[in-house]
Design a protein around this ligand. Sequence first.
Ligand SMILES: Cc1cc2nc3c(=O)[nH]c(=O)nc-3n(C[C@H](O)[C@H](O)[C@H](O)COP(=O)(O)O)c2cc1C
Length: 304
Amino acid sequence: MLSVSLAGAKLQNPTVLASGVLGTTGASLIRVAKEGAGAVTTKSISLEARKGHPTPVITTFDAGMINAVGLSNPGIKDFLPELEAAVKGSPSPVIASIFASTIEEFGELAKEVSQAKPSLIELNISCPNVNDEFGRPFACDAVSSSEVVKAAKKGTAIPLFVKLSPNVANIGAIAQAVEKAGADGITAINTVGPGMQINIEAAMPVLTNKVGGVSGPAIKPVAVRCVYDIYKATKLPIIGTGGVTNARDAIEMVMAGATAVGIGSAVYYGGVEVFSEIPKGMREFMESEGYSKIEKMRGIAHEE
Ligand SMILES: Cc1cc2nc3c(=O)[nH]c(=O)nc-3n(C[C@H](O)[C@H](O)[C@H](O)COP(=O)(O)O)c2cc1C
């Protein structure tokens, strides 16, 4: 009833652990998969190790959170054994997220990460720290986005998902560009903003980095609209991500056109149990509303 396929990867249910949350070791990825996640995504990995921003890097507000983790990671060489362990031990497909600061590096990294044989590779071109030569995320420009896809395709035969940013005028046009360049799917969205929170007693921003990406329930309506626009613009499978905390949110994403549903911040609120609770709630909703399988709901909000 809930199984889906993402460019050949088979998921028992549509939930996917989003990149950057718990995906830092092989053991944590396996744990989330065993909790019921349909697929798990690693934290974004770069060629060289990165320290990230000084703490505090996360702050919360009533409808979400703001993070400026800054893509800290051990670099591909040290992460490969973790990824290999995850691929070996995870009952669900593993998605390897990678990022680079040049187009050529994306190609090199795609090749490196393929050694561990993840089911899919996610190209993170949308983090506020992943900039092109003009200091913008690659995902803000259709030409840069498609060049990243072409470079990565040269480095690997593993299907490529491209993670897009909501912070653009026309996300459908970017999606079409990466589809034309040969992408196999889209993950949308990365964080919104950047945003800022001020500690009014201290009269200064809470985060050392001052600003960070906004995630959680506050961004769900933006994420649903982006998924809707991408579904309309392309034929690619979409991992709809942003503000999903319960089964109703996940169903909204599917009705907008998502094949699978990414979950990040909700893990901070509800624990890893969300990966069993959301599929259970989806099943209950489908039974009570008479949907025999998930495909019957996918993109249904587009029908007039
Ligand atoms: C603490 C934190 C770290 C994140 N790190 C990454 C990352 O390394 N790579 C990436 O593509 N997205 C990263 N994200 C973005 C999430 O994968 C996701 O796209 C975004 O948070 C929206 O989903 P959510 O509202 O379910 O969290 C991060 C998000 C958070 C909250």
